[in-house]
Write a new protein. Structure first.
Length: 219
């Protein structure tokens, strides 16, 4: 807001690795579902509507939406496990036992988030709205010349950037919990471990999934 007017908010679903700065990986058509806010939504000439139209012309599924905040909090739910995939590594989650532990842990992260949303009065899209907007929008398929996706948190550790987005993901839930009196031990732990791994430039997979789960039980 200090440098640009208007400022648009965008919610993006995209399976697009970027292990090298400025060189994003390949994504297929209809792989993303960006939603761009605009006020008023009824105006076809508003900046948000213009951006949505331009993205749609490039193969994206894009729709202007004046109530974009609901979708940002919905997307946040999808990203809460990013730190787990980073510190434990995708291989740990691919095993049968790892998949079970992952499902429990991811459910715990989302359960805490939804409790915070409810206490804070944050509304989410309905199931019907999610299906209409995002249903079938992000389909992962092998792309020749591109490695399997492991998440943006994994990329930060793999590139040894020294920083992690966990403070803006799990940290957002931790903040909401403190503001509204909701315990968030799972998000607190995942955020702390992801930030610590990034700061110390540890590689992905430096913490075992069982080790993480046990630490949560002691939290």
């Amino acid at each position: 807001m200090r440098k640009w007017v208007p400022v648009l908010t965008l919610v993006l679903l995209a399976g697009c690795p970027q292990n090298n700065p400025g060189a994003p990986g390949k994504v297929g058509p209809q792989a993303t579902a960006p939603a761009v806010n605009t006020a008023p939504a009824q105006s076809p000439t508003s900046p948000g509507a213009a951006v949505a139209t331009a993205l749609s012309g490039c193969g994206f599924r894009s729709q202007a939406d004046p109530d974009i905040v609901r979708w940002k909090y919905e997307k946040l739910l999808l990203n809460l496990g990013t730190g787990v995939r980073a510190v434990c590594g995708p291989a740990a989650l691919a095993t049968e036992s790892g998949s079970r532990l992952w499902a429990v842990l991811d459910g715990r992260l989302k359960e805490e988030a939804r409790a915070c949303y409810e206490r804070a009065g944050i509304a989410l899209p309905t199931r019907e709205e999610r299906e209409a907007r995002w249903g079938g929008a992000l389909v992962r398929v092998p792309v020749p010349g591109s490695r399997a996706l492991a998440g943006s948190g994994w990329q930060s550790l793999a590139r040894q950037t020294g920083t992690s987005e966990a403070g803006y993901i799990n940290g957002e839930i931790s903040l909401l919990g403190r503001l509204h009196g909701v315990p968030t031990p799972a998000n607190d732990l995942v955020g702390r471990l992801a930030n610590e791994a990034a700061r110390l430039r540890r590689p992905p997979g430096s913490i075992g999934l069982t080790e993480l789960t046990d630490a949560l039980e002691r939290a």
